[in-house]
Design a protein around this ligand. Structure first.
Ligand SMILES: [Zn+2]
Ligand SMILES: [Zn+2]
Length: 452
């Protein structure tokens, strides 16, 4: 028989066990973004969105990132980064948050916008036009959501400064310029990011996602985004009258043959299980109907994952172009030139162990159903630069859903219009949910790597 005394005792024991479980749960759960935090962050986000800046011109955005990181308790350095162009200002920001000995974790946000005319109809839509690097007037819009990333960087710094009892070590908050032209990460490394500041043990970043529901985070383990190479090709011939083709070497016909022959690189030369793309994005030659020109110029983008596949494809482009030229009887001193330009970025490799660890922490913070997987993509990023060429610094980028769930459901109905993608003039994230989810995911990932 249960005496009254034992019943009271049992209740006390059960209750204290319950409260122990609660506090253990609280220790694992990152601080959530409060409504007042969110409203202040939304004001910052809308300000970024209304005032976008093109790649390498991020003066205003970087000064806001610097100001807010300082206010969150970071030691901040501005104008970090060196471009190759002499005298060019680089607007990189590094904010260091120190909390005793422990791991060093880098958290990166990009800051630049795109030459796109905004058509979202948002009350805070951009109406900015500005001069680009070539001096041409262009519209500007945060069509890739880097305004979301900057806001989440600030929100993560605020959340982590309030929870210093839960972690130890050093966090490097990086505001990176010029992601869209893949110059910014390189510029910051060239200016001593890993020598002037402690070299990180881990590097983390996020990107908003135009296919995933707001409130969810998507993970890709291993190779996630492709390496990109820009290739410039000059096909040389010998021009003349359009009515006397037999007295010329026509570089236009030759270019057509080269382009067709290149199609066999991906389809016939490469292992079908290795992902790769060869795209000729631009071709220019000639001035008039009846003139065979002296040369044709082409611009290509090459996307790969593995370094050895990249090398093979670049070599095949050159070999095939020269082989076609030889077959066309082009003299040896007029062989096609195939040049890889400076616009090159490595493939993004999400360290599997780090990705799994972060995913587990995010599932605790957001719920299992809100952390999903996603297929690898052929688009590129310069975030892998922080991982170093040998991937010796484990890096992980996750994708934060930015689309209202009902819009995703509508887009799946037969005959429905496709959703606006990143870089579209109509892409507008669901700001509050995306920002809250991004900060919760990033804070959970950092806390897990740095927990006491
Ligand atoms: Zn972009
Ligand atoms: Zn982007």
């Amino acid at each position: 028989m249960l005496t009254r005394f034992t019943a009271v005792l049992l209740t006390t024991v059960t209750l204290s066990a319950f409260s122990f479980q609660l506090s253990a749960f609280a220790a694992e759960t990152p601080p959530t973004v409060s409504d007042s935090d969110l409203s202040s962050l939304l004001t910052i986000y809308k300000d970024f969105h209304t005032h976008p800046e093109l790649s390498t011109f991020e003066q205003r955005s970087s000064s806001i990132v610097a100001r807010e990181l300082k206010a969150a308790g970071c030691e901040v350095t501005e104008h970090v980064g060196k471009y190759d162009q002499p005298g060019a200002t680089c607007y990189g920001v590094v904010g260091v948050m120190k909390n005793g000995d422990g791991p060093v974790v880098l958290v990166r946000s990009d800051m630049d916008a795109l030459p796109v005319h905004e058509e979202t109809g948002a009350p805070y839509a951009s109406t900015v036009t500005t001069k680009n690097r070539e001096g041409k007037d262009v519209p500007v819009m945060h069509a890739c959501g880097h305004d979301i990333h900057m806001t989440c960087l600030i929100g993560t710094a605020r959340a982590l400064s309030k929870s210093k009892d839960k972690w130890h070590g050093t966090i490097l908050f990086v505001g990176q310029p010029a992601e869209e032209v893949i110059l910014g990460a390189d510029a910051m490394m060239k200016d001593g990011l890993y020598t002037r500041w402690p070299k990180p043990n881990y590097a983390l970043a996020m990107h908003d996602d135009s296919d995933i529901e707001a409130g969810k985070i998507a993970i890709i383990e291993g190779y996630a985004q492709a390496a990109a190479d820009s290739v410039d090709v000059t096909v040389k011939g010998a021009g003349g009258h359009g009515a006397y083709p037999h007295r010329t070497h026509d570089p236009i016909v030759l270019s057509a043959q080269i382009i067709n022959a290149w199609q066999t690189i991906v389809s016939r030369e490469k292992d079908p299980l290795d992902r790769a793309v060869v795209t000729v994005g631009s071709i220019h030659g000639g001035t008039k109907h009846n003139i065979i020109p002296d040369e044709v110029k082409m611009q290509l983008t090459i996307r790969t994952y593995k370094p050895e596949v990249r090398k093979e494809i670049l070599a095949a482009l050159d070999r095939i172009a020269k082989g076609c030229a030889l077959a066309a009887g082009i003299p040896l001193d007029r062989m096609p030139e195939v040049r890889v330009s400076g616009e090159t970025t490595p493939a993004m490799y999400n360290n599997p162990e780090l990705a799994n660890r972060a995913a587990a922490a995010m599932k605790v913070a957001l719920g299992n159903a809100n952390v999903v997987t996603k297929d690898p993509m052929m688009v590129s990023e310069d975030f892998p630069v922080y991982s170093l060429p040998d991937h010796s610094i484990p890096a992980f980028m996750f994708y934060v859903g930015a689309v209202a769930p009902e819009k995703i459901a509508d887009s799946k109905k037969p005959g429905a219009a496709t959703l606006p993608t990143l870089h579209s003039s109509r892409f507008l994230p669901v700001a509050d949910t995306t920002i809250r989810t991004g900060i919760t995911g990033m804070t959970a990932s950092v806390l897990d790597l740095m927990k006491r």
